[in-house]
Design a protein. Sequence first.
Lengths: 254, 263
Amino acid sequence: MESQRRPIIQVRNLTYTVGGERVLDGVNLEVWPGEIFGVMGMSGAGKSTLLRNIMGLVRPDSGDILVDGESIIGLSERELNRVRAKMGMCFQYSALFDSMTVRENVLFGLRKRRDLSPAEKERKCRQYLEIVGLAGTEELMPAELSGGMRKRVSVARALVMEPAIMLYDEPTAGLDPVMSAVIDRLISRLRDEFGMTSIIVTHEVEELFGLADRVMMLYKGKGIVTDTPQALRDSDEPVVRQFVTGSPVGPIRV
Amino acid sequence: MFLPGGVSLLSATGRQVIAFFSYFGQIAQLQWDILVGLVKGRLEYATTIAQMAFTGVASLPVVAVTMLFSGMVIGYHMAIVTGQMGISNYAGRVVAETMCRELGPVLVSIVVSARVGAAMAAEIGTMKVTEQIDALRALATNPVDYLALPRWVACGTMVPTLTFLGDTIGVIGGYLMAVLAPQLNAGAYWTSIPGGFAPSTLIAGVAKSVVFGIIIALVSCHQGLTCRMASEEVGRATTRSVVYCIMLIYGANLFLTSLIFRG
Protein backbone atom coordinates (compact mmCIF):
# COMPACT_ATOMS: atom_id res chain seq x y z
CA MET A 1 0.00 0.00 0.00
CA GLU A 2 2.83 2.32 0.93
CA SER A 3 4.41 1.86 -2.49
CA GLN A 4 1.19 3.09 -4.07
CA ARG A 5 1.35 6.35 -2.12
CA ARG A 6 4.96 7.17 -2.89
CA PRO A 7 6.55 7.99 -6.23
CA ILE A 8 8.06 4.97 -7.94
CA ILE A 9 10.89 7.18 -9.26
CA GLN A 10 12.25 10.19 -7.45
CA VAL A 11 15.12 12.33 -8.74
CA ARG A 12 16.44 14.91 -6.32
CA ASN A 13 18.73 17.76 -7.29
CA LEU A 14 20.62 15.62 -9.80
CA THR A 15 23.76 17.03 -11.37
CA TYR A 16 25.91 15.28 -13.95
CA THR A 17 28.99 16.57 -15.73
CA VAL A 18 30.72 15.09 -18.74
CA GLY A 19 33.86 16.45 -20.36
CA GLY A 20 33.72 19.54 -18.12
CA GLU A 21 30.19 20.38 -19.30
CA ARG A 22 27.30 20.28 -16.84
CA VAL A 23 24.69 18.21 -18.67
CA LEU A 24 22.23 17.96 -15.77
CA ASP A 25 22.06 20.81 -13.30
CA GLY A 26 19.84 20.19 -10.31
CA VAL A 27 17.05 18.15 -11.91
CA ASN A 28 14.11 17.15 -9.71
CA LEU A 29 11.23 14.91 -10.71
CA GLU A 30 8.74 12.46 -9.29
CA VAL A 31 7.00 9.75 -11.27
CA TRP A 32 4.00 7.96 -9.80
CA PRO A 33 3.10 4.29 -10.31
CA GLY A 34 1.16 3.77 -13.53
CA GLU A 35 2.01 7.24 -14.81
CA ILE A 36 3.31 8.06 -18.28
CA PHE A 37 5.85 10.78 -17.65
CA GLY A 38 7.40 12.67 -20.55
CA VAL A 39 10.67 14.56 -20.73
CA MET A 40 11.01 16.94 -23.65
CA GLY A 41 13.76 19.28 -24.67
CA MET A 42 16.19 20.22 -27.39
CA SER A 43 18.79 17.79 -28.66
CA GLY A 44 21.66 17.85 -26.18
CA ALA A 45 19.44 19.12 -23.34
CA GLY A 46 20.37 16.09 -21.23
CA LYS A 47 17.23 13.98 -21.77
CA SER A 48 18.99 10.70 -22.60
CA THR A 49 21.56 11.38 -19.89
CA LEU A 50 18.73 11.68 -17.37
CA LEU A 51 17.42 8.24 -18.38
CA ARG A 52 20.93 6.75 -18.22
CA ASN A 53 21.29 8.15 -14.70
CA ILE A 54 17.95 6.67 -13.61
CA MET A 55 18.96 3.28 -15.07
CA GLY A 56 22.28 3.49 -13.21
CA LEU A 57 24.31 3.30 -16.42
CA VAL A 58 26.25 6.41 -15.37
CA ARG A 59 26.99 7.86 -11.95
CA PRO A 60 25.84 11.39 -11.16
CA ASP A 61 28.08 14.03 -9.58
CA SER A 62 25.56 14.75 -6.84
CA GLY A 63 21.90 14.40 -6.00
CA ASP A 64 19.84 11.32 -5.38
CA ILE A 65 17.78 8.85 -7.43
CA LEU A 66 15.25 6.65 -5.67
CA VAL A 67 13.70 3.69 -7.45
CA ASP A 68 10.69 2.32 -5.57
CA GLY A 69 11.95 4.11 -2.47
CA GLU A 70 15.53 2.79 -2.67
CA SER A 71 18.42 5.11 -3.43
CA ILE A 72 20.63 3.80 -6.22
CA ILE A 73 23.48 6.20 -5.48
CA GLY A 74 26.53 4.38 -4.19
CA LEU A 75 25.19 0.90 -5.02
CA SER A 76 27.66 -1.60 -6.47
CA GLU A 77 27.07 -2.88 -10.01
CA ARG A 78 25.70 -6.13 -8.56
CA GLU A 79 23.31 -4.28 -6.23
CA LEU A 80 22.31 -2.05 -9.13
CA ASN A 81 21.38 -5.14 -11.13
CA ARG A 82 18.80 -5.97 -8.46
CA VAL A 83 17.25 -2.49 -8.82
CA ARG A 84 17.53 -2.58 -12.63
CA ALA A 85 15.37 -5.70 -12.61
CA LYS A 86 12.46 -3.35 -11.78
CA MET A 87 13.16 -1.31 -14.92
CA GLY A 88 13.32 -1.97 -18.63
CA MET A 89 14.90 0.33 -21.15
CA CYS A 90 14.21 0.89 -24.83
CA PHE A 91 17.30 2.53 -26.32
CA GLN A 92 17.26 5.25 -28.97
CA TYR A 93 18.83 2.99 -31.61
CA SER A 94 17.21 -0.17 -30.18
CA ALA A 95 20.59 -1.64 -29.15
CA LEU A 96 19.56 -5.15 -30.19
CA PHE A 97 22.32 -7.75 -29.97
CA ASP A 98 23.08 -7.96 -33.67
CA SER A 99 24.66 -11.41 -33.55
CA MET A 100 21.47 -12.93 -32.12
CA THR A 101 18.06 -13.67 -33.58
CA VAL A 102 14.93 -11.87 -32.37
CA ARG A 103 14.13 -14.88 -30.19
CA GLU A 104 17.61 -14.93 -28.64
CA ASN A 105 17.41 -11.18 -28.01
CA VAL A 106 14.10 -11.49 -26.21
CA LEU A 107 15.21 -14.54 -24.22
CA PHE A 108 18.55 -12.96 -23.25
CA GLY A 109 17.42 -11.50 -19.93
CA LEU A 110 15.79 -14.80 -18.93
CA ARG A 111 18.76 -17.05 -19.66
CA LYS A 112 19.85 -17.25 -16.02
CA ARG A 113 16.38 -17.57 -14.52
CA ARG A 114 16.32 -20.99 -12.90
CA ASP A 115 12.73 -20.66 -11.73
CA LEU A 116 11.54 -20.90 -15.35
CA SER A 117 11.73 -24.02 -17.49
CA PRO A 118 12.99 -23.66 -21.09
CA ALA A 119 9.40 -24.19 -22.29
CA GLU A 120 8.13 -21.40 -20.03
CA LYS A 121 10.83 -19.08 -21.31
CA GLU A 122 9.86 -19.83 -24.89
CA ARG A 123 6.21 -19.21 -24.02
CA LYS A 124 7.07 -15.83 -22.50
CA CYS A 125 9.14 -14.95 -25.55
CA ARG A 126 6.20 -15.71 -27.86
CA GLN A 127 3.77 -13.92 -25.54
CA TYR A 128 5.73 -10.65 -25.47
CA LEU A 129 6.51 -10.73 -29.18
CA GLU A 130 2.78 -11.09 -29.69
CA ILE A 131 2.09 -8.11 -27.39
CA VAL A 132 4.39 -5.92 -29.50
CA GLY A 133 2.82 -7.31 -32.67
CA LEU A 134 5.81 -9.30 -33.88
CA ALA A 135 4.68 -12.91 -33.60
CA GLY A 136 6.42 -15.08 -36.16
CA THR A 137 9.63 -13.02 -36.34
CA GLU A 138 11.50 -15.20 -33.86
CA GLU A 139 14.17 -16.44 -36.23
CA LEU A 140 14.87 -13.15 -38.00
CA MET A 141 18.14 -11.32 -37.40
CA PRO A 142 18.05 -7.64 -36.30
CA ALA A 143 19.54 -6.64 -39.68
CA GLU A 144 16.43 -8.05 -41.38
CA LEU A 145 14.04 -5.84 -39.37
CA SER A 146 12.72 -2.36 -40.11
CA GLY A 147 13.37 0.49 -37.66
CA GLY A 148 9.93 0.16 -36.08
CA MET A 149 10.28 -3.61 -35.72
CA ARG A 150 13.67 -3.16 -34.07
CA LYS A 151 12.15 -0.74 -31.55
CA ARG A 152 9.37 -3.19 -30.78
CA VAL A 153 11.80 -6.10 -30.32
CA SER A 154 13.72 -3.83 -27.97
CA VAL A 155 10.51 -3.22 -26.02
CA ALA A 156 9.70 -6.97 -25.98
CA ARG A 157 13.24 -7.73 -24.73
CA ALA A 158 12.69 -5.33 -21.83
CA LEU A 159 9.08 -6.42 -21.17
CA VAL A 160 9.92 -10.11 -20.90
CA MET A 161 11.69 -9.27 -17.64
CA GLU A 162 8.31 -7.97 -16.42
CA PRO A 163 9.59 -4.65 -15.09
CA ALA A 164 7.38 -2.18 -13.22
CA ILE A 165 8.92 0.78 -15.05
CA MET A 166 9.83 1.28 -18.71
CA LEU A 167 12.27 3.93 -19.85
CA TYR A 168 11.96 4.95 -23.51
CA ASP A 169 14.74 6.94 -25.14
CA GLU A 170 13.31 8.60 -28.27
CA PRO A 171 10.98 5.66 -28.95
CA THR A 172 9.70 7.01 -32.27
CA ALA A 173 12.74 8.90 -33.58
CA GLY A 174 13.25 8.21 -37.28
CA LEU A 175 10.00 6.26 -37.68
CA ASP A 176 7.18 7.04 -40.09
CA PRO A 177 3.91 8.42 -38.61
CA VAL A 178 2.11 5.07 -38.81
CA MET A 179 4.89 3.20 -37.04
CA SER A 180 5.16 6.02 -34.48
CA ALA A 181 1.44 5.62 -33.75
CA VAL A 182 1.92 1.84 -33.33
CA ILE A 183 4.66 2.43 -30.74
CA ASP A 184 2.60 5.10 -28.94
CA ARG A 185 -0.40 2.79 -28.79
CA LEU A 186 1.82 0.04 -27.40
CA ILE A 187 3.06 2.32 -24.59
CA SER A 188 -0.53 3.31 -23.71
CA ARG A 189 -1.66 -0.30 -23.82
CA LEU A 190 1.12 -1.37 -21.44
CA ARG A 191 -0.10 1.21 -18.95
CA ASP A 192 -3.75 0.33 -19.37
CA GLU A 193 -3.35 -3.47 -19.28
CA PHE A 194 -0.33 -3.93 -17.00
CA GLY A 195 -0.31 -0.68 -15.00
CA MET A 196 3.21 -0.04 -16.23
CA THR A 197 4.96 3.20 -15.35
CA SER A 198 6.74 4.83 -18.28
CA ILE A 199 9.23 7.62 -18.69
CA ILE A 200 9.48 8.80 -22.28
CA VAL A 201 12.25 11.06 -23.50
CA THR A 202 11.63 12.74 -26.82
CA HIS A 203 11.59 16.01 -28.73
CA GLU A 204 8.41 15.00 -30.60
CA VAL A 205 6.10 17.43 -28.76
CA GLU A 206 2.72 16.55 -30.24
CA GLU A 207 3.23 12.84 -29.86
CA LEU A 208 4.30 13.24 -26.26
CA PHE A 209 1.36 15.51 -25.43
CA GLY A 210 -1.00 12.88 -26.80
CA LEU A 211 0.54 10.16 -24.66
CA ALA A 212 1.88 11.53 -21.37
CA ASP A 213 0.06 12.35 -18.15
CA ARG A 214 2.69 14.92 -17.19
CA VAL A 215 5.65 16.35 -19.05
CA MET A 216 8.86 18.01 -17.90
CA MET A 217 10.63 20.56 -20.08
CA LEU A 218 14.39 20.10 -19.77
CA TYR A 219 16.40 23.13 -20.80
CA LYS A 220 20.14 23.62 -20.32
CA GLY A 221 20.24 20.72 -17.88
CA LYS A 222 17.43 22.04 -15.70
CA GLY A 223 13.84 20.86 -15.45
CA ILE A 224 12.24 24.28 -15.91
CA VAL A 225 8.56 23.25 -15.87
CA THR A 226 6.66 20.04 -15.08
CA ASP A 227 2.96 20.01 -15.81
CA THR A 228 0.15 18.38 -17.79
CA PRO A 229 0.32 18.55 -21.58
CA GLN A 230 -2.59 21.02 -21.67
CA ALA A 231 -0.94 23.31 -19.12
CA LEU A 232 2.30 23.24 -21.12
CA ARG A 233 0.40 24.01 -24.31
CA ASP A 234 -1.08 27.08 -22.58
CA SER A 235 2.14 28.02 -20.80
CA ASP A 236 3.46 31.59 -20.94
CA GLU A 237 6.96 30.46 -20.03
CA PRO A 238 9.00 31.76 -23.01
CA VAL A 239 11.23 28.67 -23.45
CA VAL A 240 8.27 26.26 -23.23
CA ARG A 241 6.21 28.42 -25.56
CA GLN A 242 8.97 28.60 -28.17
CA PHE A 243 9.66 24.87 -27.96
CA VAL A 244 6.00 23.84 -28.12
CA THR A 245 5.23 26.15 -31.05
CA GLY A 246 8.50 25.31 -32.78
CA SER A 247 9.25 28.97 -33.33
CA PRO A 248 12.77 30.03 -34.39
CA VAL A 249 12.30 33.28 -32.43
CA GLY A 250 12.68 33.27 -28.67
CA PRO A 251 15.07 32.59 -25.83
CA ILE A 252 16.22 29.23 -27.23
CA ARG A 253 19.32 29.93 -29.30
CA VAL A 254 20.72 27.26 -31.59
CA MET B 1 61.76 31.22 -23.64
CA PHE B 2 63.24 28.15 -22.02
CA LEU B 3 60.71 27.85 -19.23
CA PRO B 4 57.50 27.45 -21.24
CA GLY B 5 59.13 24.89 -23.52
CA GLY B 6 60.59 23.03 -20.56
CA VAL B 7 57.30 23.08 -18.68
CA SER B 8 55.48 21.94 -21.78
CA LEU B 9 57.91 19.07 -22.28
CA LEU B 10 57.63 18.15 -18.61
CA SER B 11 53.85 18.20 -18.63
CA ALA B 12 53.74 16.18 -21.86
CA THR B 13 56.07 13.61 -20.34
CA GLY B 14 54.00 13.61 -17.16
CA ARG B 15 50.82 13.00 -19.14
CA GLN B 16 52.42 10.06 -20.95
CA VAL B 17 53.65 8.56 -17.67
CA ILE B 18 50.19 8.93 -16.11
CA ALA B 19 48.58 7.43 -19.24
CA PHE B 20 51.04 4.50 -19.10
CA PHE B 21 50.30 3.66 -15.47
CA SER B 22 46.60 4.35 -15.93
CA TYR B 23 46.51 1.86 -18.83
CA PHE B 24 48.20 -0.89 -16.85
CA GLY B 25 45.99 -0.07 -13.86
CA GLN B 26 42.90 -0.59 -16.02
CA ILE B 27 44.31 -3.85 -17.42
CA ALA B 28 45.02 -5.04 -13.86
CA GLN B 29 41.48 -4.09 -12.80
CA LEU B 30 40.02 -5.98 -15.76
CA GLN B 31 42.14 -9.04 -14.88
CA TRP B 32 40.91 -8.82 -11.29
CA ASP B 33 37.25 -8.54 -12.35
CA ILE B 34 37.70 -11.54 -14.66
CA LEU B 35 39.25 -13.62 -11.89
CA VAL B 36 36.44 -12.67 -9.49
CA GLY B 37 33.89 -13.69 -12.15
CA LEU B 38 35.74 -16.98 -12.72
CA VAL B 39 35.99 -17.82 -9.01
CA LYS B 40 32.34 -16.93 -8.40
CA GLY B 41 31.25 -19.29 -11.18
CA ARG B 42 29.88 -16.67 -13.57
CA LEU B 43 31.42 -18.26 -16.66
CA GLU B 44 28.82 -18.78 -19.40
CA TYR B 45 29.67 -22.14 -20.93
CA ALA B 46 27.89 -21.80 -24.27
CA THR B 47 29.57 -18.47 -25.01
CA THR B 48 32.93 -19.83 -23.85
CA ILE B 49 32.71 -22.88 -26.10
CA ALA B 50 31.80 -20.65 -29.05
CA GLN B 51 34.79 -18.43 -28.28
CA MET B 52 37.08 -21.46 -27.94
CA ALA B 53 35.94 -22.68 -31.35
CA PHE B 54 36.54 -19.23 -32.85
CA THR B 55 39.93 -18.79 -31.18
CA GLY B 56 41.18 -22.34 -31.52
CA VAL B 57 39.53 -24.36 -34.27
CA ALA B 58 39.02 -21.47 -36.68
CA SER B 59 42.60 -20.23 -36.17
CA LEU B 60 44.16 -23.63 -36.81
CA PRO B 61 44.46 -23.33 -40.63
CA VAL B 62 46.33 -20.01 -40.54
CA VAL B 63 48.46 -21.20 -37.61
CA ALA B 64 49.23 -24.43 -39.47
CA VAL B 65 50.28 -22.59 -42.63
CA THR B 66 52.38 -20.08 -40.67
CA MET B 67 54.15 -22.74 -38.65
CA LEU B 68 54.60 -25.15 -41.57
CA PHE B 69 56.34 -22.52 -43.68
CA SER B 70 58.31 -21.17 -40.73
CA GLY B 71 59.48 -24.71 -39.92
CA MET B 72 60.46 -25.28 -43.55
CA VAL B 73 62.43 -22.03 -43.70
CA ILE B 74 64.21 -22.76 -40.42
CA GLY B 75 64.87 -26.33 -41.63
CA TYR B 76 66.35 -24.95 -44.85
CA HIS B 77 68.66 -22.57 -42.98
CA MET B 78 69.66 -25.23 -40.50
CA ALA B 79 70.49 -27.63 -43.33
CA ILE B 80 72.97 -25.12 -44.70
CA VAL B 81 74.41 -23.91 -41.38
CA THR B 82 74.72 -27.32 -39.73
CA GLY B 83 76.11 -28.71 -42.99
CA GLN B 84 78.82 -26.04 -43.02
CA MET B 85 79.64 -26.80 -39.40
CA GLY B 86 79.65 -30.55 -40.00
CA ILE B 87 76.86 -31.21 -37.52
CA SER B 88 73.96 -31.75 -39.92
CA ASN B 89 72.80 -34.67 -37.80
CA TYR B 90 71.71 -32.10 -35.20
CA ALA B 91 69.50 -30.15 -37.57
CA GLY B 92 66.30 -31.77 -36.31
CA ARG B 93 67.03 -30.90 -32.73
CA VAL B 94 67.93 -27.31 -33.60
CA VAL B 95 64.65 -26.89 -35.48
CA ALA B 96 62.68 -28.43 -32.59
CA GLU B 97 64.42 -26.22 -30.01
CA THR B 98 63.85 -23.09 -32.10
CA MET B 99 60.22 -23.91 -32.66
CA CYS B 100 59.34 -24.89 -29.11
CA ARG B 101 61.35 -22.25 -27.26
CA GLU B 102 60.56 -19.15 -29.29
CA LEU B 103 59.03 -19.33 -32.73
CA GLY B 104 56.03 -21.46 -31.81
CA PRO B 105 54.75 -19.42 -28.84
CA VAL B 106 55.54 -16.01 -30.36
CA LEU B 107 54.38 -16.65 -33.94
CA VAL B 108 51.18 -18.39 -32.87
CA SER B 109 50.40 -15.57 -30.45
CA ILE B 110 50.98 -12.92 -33.10
CA VAL B 111 48.74 -14.79 -35.54
CA VAL B 112 46.03 -15.04 -32.86
CA SER B 113 46.47 -11.34 -31.95
CA ALA B 114 45.89 -10.36 -35.56
CA ARG B 115 43.05 -12.76 -36.23
CA VAL B 116 41.22 -13.14 -32.92
CA GLY B 117 42.35 -10.13 -30.86
CA ALA B 118 41.41 -7.71 -33.62
CA ALA B 119 38.01 -9.38 -34.01
CA MET B 120 37.40 -9.19 -30.24
CA ALA B 121 38.25 -5.49 -30.07
CA ALA B 122 36.12 -4.74 -33.15
CA GLU B 123 33.13 -6.78 -31.94
CA ILE B 124 33.12 -5.40 -28.39
CA GLY B 125 33.91 -1.88 -29.65
CA THR B 126 30.95 -2.04 -32.04
CA MET B 127 28.75 -3.24 -29.18
CA LYS B 128 29.94 -0.24 -27.16
CA VAL B 129 29.17 2.40 -29.81
CA THR B 130 25.77 0.86 -30.64
CA GLU B 131 24.78 0.87 -26.93
CA GLN B 132 24.68 -2.94 -26.80
CA ILE B 133 27.00 -2.88 -23.75
CA ASP B 134 24.55 -0.52 -22.03
CA ALA B 135 21.74 -2.88 -23.06
CA LEU B 136 23.62 -5.74 -21.38
CA ARG B 137 23.88 -3.72 -18.18
CA ALA B 138 20.23 -2.68 -18.43
CA LEU B 139 19.41 -6.41 -18.60
CA ALA B 140 21.35 -6.92 -15.35
CA THR B 141 24.31 -8.55 -17.10
CA ASN B 142 27.88 -7.63 -16.20
CA PRO B 143 29.74 -6.96 -19.50
CA VAL B 144 33.03 -8.25 -18.06
CA ASP B 145 31.43 -11.56 -17.04
CA TYR B 146 29.54 -11.91 -20.31
CA LEU B 147 32.12 -10.63 -22.83
CA ALA B 148 35.61 -10.66 -21.33
CA LEU B 149 35.55 -13.79 -19.14
CA PRO B 150 34.70 -16.30 -21.93
CA ARG B 151 37.31 -14.72 -24.23
CA TRP B 152 39.91 -14.83 -21.46
CA VAL B 153 39.26 -18.54 -20.90
CA ALA B 154 39.22 -19.21 -24.66
CA CYS B 155 42.55 -17.43 -25.27
CA GLY B 156 44.14 -18.86 -22.11
CA THR B 157 43.38 -22.42 -23.26
CA MET B 158 43.40 -22.22 -27.04
CA VAL B 159 46.62 -20.24 -27.58
CA PRO B 160 48.69 -22.91 -25.75
CA THR B 161 46.83 -25.65 -27.62
CA LEU B 162 47.57 -23.94 -30.92
CA THR B 163 51.18 -23.45 -29.83
CA PHE B 164 51.57 -27.16 -29.14
CA LEU B 165 50.07 -28.02 -32.52
CA GLY B 166 52.08 -25.24 -34.18
CA ASP B 167 55.34 -26.53 -32.68
CA THR B 168 54.57 -29.99 -34.03
CA ILE B 169 53.66 -28.69 -37.48
CA GLY B 170 56.82 -26.53 -37.52
CA VAL B 171 59.03 -29.55 -36.78
CA ILE B 172 57.25 -31.49 -39.52
CA GLY B 173 57.88 -28.54 -41.86
CA GLY B 174 61.58 -28.77 -41.03
CA TYR B 175 61.47 -32.48 -41.83
CA LEU B 176 59.92 -31.80 -45.23
CA MET B 177 62.90 -29.58 -46.03
CA ALA B 178 65.21 -32.28 -44.72
CA VAL B 179 63.68 -34.68 -47.22
CA LEU B 180 63.96 -32.16 -50.05
CA ALA B 181 67.38 -30.66 -49.26
CA PRO B 182 70.40 -32.77 -50.26
CA GLN B 183 72.44 -31.43 -47.30
CA LEU B 184 70.14 -33.02 -44.71
CA ASN B 185 69.69 -36.61 -43.70
CA ALA B 186 65.94 -37.17 -43.28
CA GLY B 187 66.40 -40.11 -40.95
CA ALA B 188 68.93 -38.31 -38.78
CA TYR B 189 66.53 -35.37 -38.53
CA TRP B 190 64.13 -37.40 -36.41
CA THR B 191 66.69 -39.37 -34.47
CA SER B 192 68.46 -36.18 -33.35
CA ILE B 193 65.36 -34.82 -31.63
CA PRO B 194 64.88 -37.28 -28.75
CA GLY B 195 68.66 -37.33 -28.25
CA GLY B 196 68.89 -33.93 -26.62
CA PHE B 197 65.51 -32.31 -26.73
CA ALA B 198 63.92 -32.19 -23.30
CA PRO B 199 60.09 -32.35 -23.07
CA SER B 200 60.36 -29.55 -20.49
CA THR B 201 61.39 -27.24 -23.36
CA LEU B 202 58.11 -27.94 -25.11
CA ILE B 203 56.18 -27.47 -21.85
CA ALA B 204 58.00 -24.20 -21.06
CA GLY B 205 57.18 -22.80 -24.51
CA VAL B 206 53.54 -23.79 -24.17
CA ALA B 207 53.48 -22.25 -20.67
CA LYS B 208 54.73 -18.95 -22.12
CA SER B 209 51.91 -19.03 -24.61
CA VAL B 210 49.34 -19.23 -21.77
CA VAL B 211 50.57 -15.79 -20.67
CA PHE B 212 50.47 -14.54 -24.26
CA GLY B 213 46.90 -15.78 -24.66
CA ILE B 214 45.85 -13.94 -21.50
CA ILE B 215 47.58 -10.78 -22.79
CA ILE B 216 45.63 -11.04 -26.07
CA ALA B 217 42.29 -11.40 -24.27
CA LEU B 218 42.94 -8.61 -21.76
CA VAL B 219 44.28 -6.08 -24.26
CA SER B 220 41.62 -6.77 -26.90
CA CYS B 221 38.66 -6.80 -24.50
CA HIS B 222 39.96 -3.65 -22.80
CA GLN B 223 40.22 -1.85 -26.14
CA GLY B 224 36.67 -2.85 -27.02
CA LEU B 225 35.17 -1.99 -23.64
CA THR B 226 36.86 1.42 -23.49
CA CYS B 227 36.21 2.32 -27.14
CA ARG B 228 34.93 5.90 -27.51
CA MET B 229 31.43 6.45 -28.86
CA ALA B 230 32.24 7.00 -32.55
CA SER B 231 32.40 4.49 -35.39
CA GLU B 232 35.95 5.49 -36.44
CA GLU B 233 37.03 4.75 -32.87
CA VAL B 234 36.22 1.06 -33.44
CA GLY B 235 38.87 0.97 -36.17
CA ARG B 236 41.36 2.71 -33.93
CA ALA B 237 40.62 0.37 -31.03
CA THR B 238 41.13 -2.62 -33.33
CA THR B 239 44.48 -1.33 -34.60
CA ARG B 240 45.62 -0.42 -31.08
CA SER B 241 44.61 -3.88 -29.90
CA VAL B 242 46.89 -5.64 -32.42
CA VAL B 243 49.81 -3.24 -31.89
CA TYR B 244 49.61 -3.37 -28.08
CA CYS B 245 49.24 -7.18 -28.11
CA ILE B 246 52.33 -7.61 -30.28
CA MET B 247 54.41 -5.17 -28.21
CA LEU B 248 53.36 -6.75 -24.92
CA ILE B 249 53.96 -10.27 -26.25
CA TYR B 250 57.52 -9.28 -27.27
CA GLY B 251 58.14 -7.74 -23.86
CA ALA B 252 56.59 -10.63 -21.94
CA ASN B 253 58.52 -13.13 -24.09
CA LEU B 254 61.84 -11.52 -23.20
CA PHE B 255 60.94 -11.52 -19.53
CA LEU B 256 59.61 -15.09 -19.48
CA THR B 257 62.48 -16.46 -21.58
CA SER B 258 65.04 -15.01 -19.20
CA LEU B 259 63.02 -16.41 -16.28
CA ILE B 260 62.40 -19.92 -17.64
CA PHE B 261 65.41 -20.78 -19.80
CA ARG B 262 68.49 -20.41 -17.62
CA GLY B 263 71.34 -22.31 -19.27
